[in-house]
Design a protein. Structure first.
Length: 251
């Protein structure tokens, strides 16, 4: 087992990529904190993990809320004794809204979840990692954080911010035995766009290159990469952005 007795705290873990990561980590021996907005949804994932013989706990948390983030870490430490791996997976889309139509409300909401939330989680676990002399941080970004128009203005900016945050943390805490890496998925079959009302003009521009997309990815494929980056197999990998898009952005 690659993650035996490691404690992994995963945000946005009730569905999609976060859920796939939580299940795979548990299969590989990790004790998993399944965090999401809905405690009921998070508990459903925990039930599946426990039914398969894994260890997990559901914790409701809104990563845009500082008190929730603090409680998430506190609960994890109280229940499992520590944190070894942090996966910042929680994220929201922006409806492909372009800059001219962007409101402060949408900008602040997207930035709060996609950039400020991960920063707060990282800020909370770093003292634990520093004290132990090791720790792994994995941030789920997007090819939207590397390209200019794969989404709307707010989402694009937030994912670029997350990539920059990750690289900064990776270098500044490397000597403390802490690694911080990024997965940048392309199109993945998840429910992140459900309930989203897209801006027609912004969506048309963002979808310009869809015809060159090789294929959609699956959450399980992202989870496999997340396992590698959390395990000792990737001990030399730090500050890296692993693009997982079947070659889409290589064109």
């Amino acid at each position: 087992m690659k993650l035996k007795d490691q404690v992994a705290m995963i945000t946005g873990a009730a569905a999609g990529m976060g859920q796939a990561i939580a299940k795979l980590y548990a299969q590989e021996g990790a004790k998993v904190i399944v965090s999401d907005l809905s405690l009921q949804s998070a508990q459903a994932t925990v039930d599946v993990i426990q039914a398969a013989g894994g260890q997990a706990l559901a914790v409701a948390a809104d990563v845009s809320n500082e008190a929730d983030v603090q409680n998430l870490v506190k609960t994890t430490v109280s229940y499992f004794g520590t944190v070894d791996i942090l996966v910042n997976n929680a994220g929201i889309m922006d409806g492909f809204v372009p800059a001219a139509a962007l409101t402060d409300t949408l900008w602040e909401k997207v930035m709060a979840v996609n950039a400020t939330g991960p920063m707060r989680s990282i800020r909370q676990v770093l003292p634990l990692f520093i004290e132990k002399g090791h720790g792994v941080i994995l941030n789920i970004a997007s090819i939207g954080g590397l390209q200019g128009s794969r989404a709307g203005t707010a989402y694009t900016a937030s994912k670029h911010a997350l990539v920059g945050l990750s690289k900064n943390v990776a270098y500044q805490y490397a000597k403390a035995g802490i690694r911080c890496n990024v997965i940048a998925p392309g199109g993945v079959n998840t429910s992140i766009t459900s309930g989203m009302t897209p801006d027609p003009a912004g969506m048309e521009l963002a979808m310009t290159g869809m015809a060159s997309n090789i294929r959609m990815g699956e959450a399980s494929e992202i989870a496999s990469i997340a396992l590698f980056l959390a395990s000792p197999d990737s001990s030399l990998v730090n500050g890296a952005v692993v693009v997982a898009d079947a070659g889409w952005t290589a064109y």
